[in-house]
Each structure stands twice: as C-alpha cells, then as structure tokens.
Design a binder for this molecule. Structure first.
Ligand code: DLZ
Length: 166
C-alpha cells in the first residue's frame, strides 16, 4: 500500500506558506463520523497552526461521501474560498458500493478541479477495515486531514499568487 510507510501528519512547517490571508472550506461526510470527525480536527488544527484564522475556516456537513461532490461544487460556486477540502471515509463492505462510491467521488472531485478556479483537495479514506481508517485518521499512520490541510494551503498559495500577478 502506497501510504503504509508515510506518516500523514508529518510535514516541514518551514516550507509551508503562511495561511493568514486564506479562506478555506471543508466539506465533511457524516458517514463513519467517528473517522471523519478526527479528519476534520486534524485539518482544522493544521490550518490554524499555519496561520489561518478560525473565522476563515467554513465547515459544511453532508450525509455521505457521495454527497461531497455536490457539497464542494455548491461551496465553490457560492463562497469566496481559496481552497476546499472534502473529508470522507469509505470502508469496504459486503457489496460493491465501496467501489462505486470511491470511484465516483474521486472522479467527481477531479472533474470539479477542472470546472472551477478553486483547488479542491481529496481527503477521502478508502479502507478495507475500520482499523485501517482509524490508523489514518489520527492513529499510527497519522492523520489524512493534516495532509489535506497542507495541500490546501499550498494550492491556495499557488492560486493567490497567480491571481495577484494578473
Ligand atoms: C451507502 C454507503 C455505503 C454502503 N458506505 C459508505 C461508506 O463507507 N462511506 C461513506 O461515506 N458513505 C457510504 N455510503 C453512503 C453514500 O456515500 C451516500 O451517502 C448514499 O449512497 C446516498 O447517496
């Protein structure tokens, strides 16, 4: 597995742009909420630690990971945010729903990145077991929410830099 040796919480703060003037939207799936709440805590904490203001972090909740696509699209169209993070946890069940939802969300967020001028970061865990999801949402492999927050800051910085130059 690609991330097995990588701790998702580790980053070099010296290399991260200051997020003081950036606005972030976070869309959170309620499905497997014990996992997604920890992803949210990780993301929020990392944004704050890198200078973001609490008032500039806007959270919307949606029922499941599939609805992250519409939630992020609506947010991107309606709110003046510099980056969006979607957070979800899809865990393998006994049906093929896992594959359908995982692929749909990845495809939907990829499409969104091509449609609107706001970078959208994919923070959806896709795991075979609940323990794997725990391990990657603040457990032994770190927190995917932190990794996504750092990606969001970097992408917001890229967007703002480009817009400033225009
Ligand atoms: C239906 C469903 C299933 C079986 N599993 C998950 C899951 O593991 N993680 C998740 O975020 N959502 C799941 N869902 C719900 C779908 O994402 C969606 O909310 C429903 O299909 C309604 O559109």
């Amino acid at each position: 597995m690609a991330t097995v040796n990588k701790n998702l919480s580790h980053y070099d703060q010296a290399t991260i742009p200051n997020a003081e003037n950036m606005r972030f939207g976070i869309v959170v799936s309620e499905w497997n909420s014990e996992i997604t709440e920890n992803l949210y805590k990780g993301a929020e904490q990392a944004l704050l630690e890198n200078g973001a203001k609490a008032d500039n972090i806007i959270r919307w909740d949606v029922p499941g990971s599939f609805e992250l696509i519409y939630g992020a699209t609506l947010m991107g169209e309606r709110l003046p945010v510099d980056a969006i993070i979607v957070l979800g946890s899809i865990i393998q069940g006994e049906t093929r729903h896992f594959e359908f939802i995982s692929q749909a969300v990845a495809q939907g967020i990829k499409d969104l990145n091509m449609q609107i001028d706001i970078p959208t970061i994919l923070g959806v865990l896709t795991d075979d077991t609940n323990q794997q999801a725990v391990d990657r949402s603040g457990g032994k492999h770190g927190n995917k929410g932190i990794e996504c927050a750092i990606a969001a800051i970097k992408m917001a910085n890229l967007r703002l830099k480009f817009n400033d130059e225009e």
